[in-house]
Design a protein around this ligand. Structure first.
Ligand SMILES: Nc1ncnc2c1ncn2[C@@H]1O[C@H](COP(=O)(O)OP(=O)(O)OP(=O)(O)O)[C@@H](O)[C@H]1O
Ligand SMILES: [Mg+2]
Length: 266
């Protein structure tokens, strides 16, 4: 955890109901700038719904979302994207019939950051393309620029998804299970990419992930959700040694968290 305690994103008393089901129940969480904050919890805990509320894909039944101190509750997803909130939309966001490079270039163009706005038509093309190539290098897809997205192996599709997100230079990245569907051998490469993004020093990541070894080794803070509520929040060490978290369901689901921590943090 860095010395700065600037809150970048804050959820206050968020609630989301689907009919009679309360998917997110009075959730308050503060995400500090330039930290990696993971959200964990069993299936159906409300993690993705919370992401939908943070990214603007859904509006809360109650509660508020603040970004850099500004109330953004009710703001549309693309408006939040322009403020610097990036969210992975799973593989559906990839254009399968376009190349890897075209996918990322389009994402850069779609946001059209201010430094590109002065450029018009053909002039802007090289700038976006350069941006796209730089991003592809960061996500480990150099050499794959001209491949059609649909021909990529699954692990590379997840990297492309990250590249599409990074193309818009978001300050905050909301990553919902970036390793989903990946084999264990593919995970370290993704972990390295996430570490490199954090090493840049200006990004903040909120990560939903089921792989506890990964969560324990890269998180600054962890929020544990269960049945729509926040069960615990703290550093990896605090979470791993938290009795409530360790007992019953979470212990059974995630195994020995303290052991994971020992293995991964030392
Ligand atoms: N659009 C929706 N309509 C109705 N119910 C929903 C909707 N989205 C989620 N739910 C329900 O809300 C609860 C929380 O779901 P959510 O997807 O947020 O959980 P999750 O923590 O992301 O789970 P997982 O780890 O399986 O991804 C679940 O009971 C789910 O069935
Ligand atoms: Mg989910």
């Amino acid at each position: 955890m860095t010395a700065e305690r600037e809150i970048l994103l804050e959820a206050k008393n968020l609630r989301k109901e689907f009919g009679g089901l309360v998917a997110v129940d009075d959730v308050s969480v503060a995400i500090y700038a330039r930290t990696l904050h993971s959200i964990i919890g069993p299936n159906g805990a409300g993690k993705t719904t919370l992401f939908n509320l943070l990214s603007g894909m859904m509006n809360p039944s109650r509660g508020q979302v603040f970004y850099q101190g500004k109330d953004i509750t009710g703001l549309a997803p693309h408006r939040r994207a322009h403020l610097g909130i990036g969210r992975s939309f799973q593989i559906t966001n990839i254009f399968p019939n376009l190349t890897v490079l075209e996918n990322v270039r389009l994402a850069a163009q779609a946001i059209g950051k201010d430094n590109f706005r002065m450029l018009h038509g053909a002039d802007s093309f090289p700038a976006y393309e350069e941006k796209a190539r730089e991003v592809l290098g960061r996500v480990g897809l150099n050499g794959r620029e001209s491949h059609f997205a649909q021909t990529l192996p699954h692990g590379d599709k997840r990297k492309l998804e990250l590249g599409i997100m990074l193309a818009s230079d978001p300050q905050l990245l909301l990553l919902d299970e970036p390793t989903a569907g990946m084999s264990s051998e593919q995970v370290p490469a993704l972990l390295d990419i996430i570490r490199a993004i954090m090493a840049d020093g200006d990004k903040t990541i909120v990560l939903v992930e089921h792989r506890m070894d990964m969560v324990m080794s890269i998180s600054d803070r962890i929020t544990v959700m269960h049945q729509g509520q926040v069960l615990a929040e703290g550093t990896p060490h605090e979470i791993a040694t938290n009795q409530t978290v360790q007992s019953a369901y979470l212990g059974a689901l995630y195994g020995d968290l303290a052991k994971e921590l020992e293995d991964n943090v030392g």
